[in-house]
Design a protein around this ligand. Sequence first.
Ligand code: ATP
Length: 358
Amino acid sequence: MKEYSIAAIPGDGIGIEVIGAGLEVLRVLEECDGGFTLDVENFLWGSDYYRQHGRMMPEDGLDQIRDKDAIFFGSAGDPDVPDYISLWGLRLAICQPFDQYANVRPSRLLPGIVSPLRGVTATDLDWVIVRENSEGEYAGSGGRVHQNLPEEVGMDVAVFTRAGVERVQRFALELARSRPRKHLTLVTKSNAQRHGMVMWDDVFELIRADYPDVATDKMLVDAMTTRMVLDPKSIDTVVATNLHADVLSDLAAALSGSMGIAPTANLNPPGTYPSMFEPIHGSAFDIMGKGIANPIGAFWSASMMLDHLGEPKAASRLMMAIERVTGAGEVRPADLGGNATTREVTDAVCAAIRGAND
Ligand code: ATP
């Protein structure tokens, strides 16, 4: 029997609710599969921890989770804690030192879910966005000079390294190669940002020759937003910078039904450090504690985690269960136009997993 060690970090807001639901679903999969066990350790880090200790996670937090096989993360964010503290103090404080440079964000129109785009069907919208996750606009480089004086200057410097660009582009080319359509779009803004973004173009031009079986094209990020809305069918795999892909993937999630269903994997491809899996949505304090958060983004993220751990059978069993529930349409959470609670969606997915055994 294989045993995997998982760090669960529910974080804040609805992250706590959906990670709790995700762990329940994982337990049912473990039980039905019979071939693996998950040794889950909970880490109650986040904004409450910050209120008590003045930091989002303990000083030796990374050492506590370094040897885990994977991290299952909820969200970080609280109305009383500045966003830059909650983001830099927890999510980025894990992603960056663990060199999780490839952020993979699939978007698919699941059965029974209607896109806000008129007439778009499941075959028209099946994308994976690869976000550079270790540098770029999130490198943390910059500063403020003359603070609070009229002449104050604020600078955020995007840092692109050739090595960082090449490794994420190669990752995206490999991923595109593994998909049926074998198509990759490089997104930049190299008309206006004429240094780092032009380097992205140059590196891409060089390395794409190593993947002759992958068809490629290039788009400016502004044009990409219109293409996603007007011609979704033309898109397959996408690679973009940390900031551009963050924005595009929120749009992708909305176009595929709701922020509540979209998953993400923060991968450290060499496996030197654990990779981290999380729904893309935030802590959504407007619905926190009401028991109505859609847990599907967390379930889909759990499926990506199982795949990464080497349990593809359990991963696809979970996806099939999710699709059975969305397809049947009887248990539909509020963000998808229904009135099912987190509990009801979780129970329905657990029953569908068990049902696959019958
Ligand atoms: P961030 O941490 O990115 O600032 P946020 O807490 O502002 O995030 P988002 O994740 O951007 O929230 O989501 C925006 C809104 O979408 C939420 O306020 C909530 O109403 C809705 N939403 C997001 N995720 C879910 C979900 N899982 N279930 C139901 N509604 C959701």
